[in-house]
Design a binder for this molecule. Structure first.
Ligand SMILES: *Cc1c(COP(=O)(O)O)cnc(C)c1O
Length: 386
């Protein structure tokens, strides 16, 4: 299917709403029936039509069709956060006593689920360095039900060979879930590589304007129906029609925004690499990246996020650098129009500052839609001040 068709037309039945170009926000909790029999049908199978907006809703359905098509998936569910999409995809595929193999350091709230919530139900997790397929082979137990992946990781950019892991999991009857927030379906399609469930935080590039929190799951129709009929309806964590509408709007410009972010990032990366005060950079499509070859094979492009280390004598110098930035905002998240920075040292108290701890020295930069010179000038004046 053409990308332009998916973004501009798919799912939009304009003649049903006065030929309006933009879709309506169907802001309703419930839907009426003329026939008892029709109501009975929906009671029996809520995934087959509109009855109540905790389940299906027409505005959200337009978005679901587009997001499924972008991933070349049979079906899609949209959640009110990326974290709730993670939660539902994992919970739907484990039972008491099961075991999960997860790539090390996945998104923090996935870790919380594995470390704090699931152990209460006797579900254990083994974390592996996902850069080597053997580590997955070794970690699998007879009761392993899920392999949880995030490729690339949004801090270290560590990748997993998705085709190899999917093959291994299939042979063992294990479900694979891959967090694809970094790439979006435009730069990487995990389902095509054999992964069972692709997930993303739509808060990032899909929303693109730092004004919506949302999450996406894509996969086979049967898997999405299973999650819908159980976790999705029970937890009630679907997206609101208005937020779905904002994501449809975000999708209209996703290709051009990603393109701009990708181009900007290349320019800023080259600047950072050449600066005497920069010790090193981490970026998956840079030749210095340890998994550069796999990154080139697996991802159409790399964008937005750069991690780097400054040559400084004390952590306070990093604090000074961050606080000297005038345009790049210090904030969590990424994928919006605005450039952002997070210092690793924000995770520890000043008493614990230790320049020898690499994670404390790490800086993660997100490059937004500004002109690259504008971003570089800001970094430059902050570095001169450090
Ligand atoms: C932000 C993020 C999430 C969580 O998404 P929310 O929409 O914030 O709940 C999950 N995975 C990755 C890699 C993320 O960056």
């Amino acid at each position: 299917m053409d990308l332009s068709y998916i973004i501009n037309e798919l799912g939009e039945e304009r003649e049903q709403y006065f030929n309006a170009v933009a879709p309506p926000i169907i802001q309703t909790s419930n839907f009426t029936f003329k026939k008892v029999d029709e109501m009975r049908k929906l009671f029996k199978d809520e995934y087959s039509g509109y009855i109540y907006s905790r389940g299906l809703n027409p505005t959200i359905d337009i978005l679901r069709k587009k997001l499924a098509a972008l991933d070349e998936a049979e079906d899609c569910l949209v959640f009110n956060s990326g974290a709730s999409a993670i939660f539902a995809s994992v919970l739907a595929n484990v039972k008491a006593g099961d075991h999960i193999v997860s790539v090390e350091k996945p998104y923090s709230w996935a870790q919380h689920m594995f470390n704090v919530i699931l152990p209460r139900f006797g579900v254990t997790t083994t974390y592996v360095d996902g850069t080597q397929i053997e580590n997955f082979e070794r970690a699998i137990l007879p009761n392993t039900s899920i392999i949880y992946l995030e490729s690339p990781n949004s801090w270290s950019f560590a990748l997993q060979d998705l085709t190899a892991v999917a093959e291994l999991a299939k042979a063992e009857g294990i479900i694979t879930i891959c967090d694809n927030s970094y790439c979006t379906p435009l730069y990487q399609k995990p389902l095509i590589m054999g992964i069972d469930i692709a997930l993303q935080s739509a808060t990032k590039y899909i929303g693109g304007h730092s004004d919506v929190v949302a999450g996406v799951l894509t996969g086979r129709r049967e898997m999405m129906a299973k999650i819908f009929n159980s976790e999705y309806l029970t937890a009630g964590n679907g997206i609101s029609p208005f937020n779905a509408w904002l994501l449809i709007r975000g999708l209209r410009t996703l290709p051009i925004r990603l393109q701009k972010v990708t181009e900007n990032t290349k320019v800023v990366l080259a600047y950072l690499k050449a600066h005497p005060k920069v010790e090193s950079v981490l970026f998956p499509h840079d030749e210095s990246f340890p998994q550069y070859i796999l990154a080139k094979q697996q991802m159409k492009a790399a964008c937005g996020l750069i991690s780097f280390y400054l040559k400084v004598e004390k952590i306070e110098d990093i604090v000074k650098f961050c606080e000297s930035l005038k345009h790049i905002l210090m904030a969590v998240s990424w994928g919006g129009y605005e450039s952002l920075i997070i210092p690793g040292c924000a995770s520890v108290t000043p008493e614990a500052y230790d320049i020898n701890q690499k994670p404390q020295r790490m800086l993660r930069l997100y490059i937004g839609q500004e002109e690259p010179d504008y971003i570089i000038q800001d970094i430059d004046q902050a570095l001169n001040n450090t």
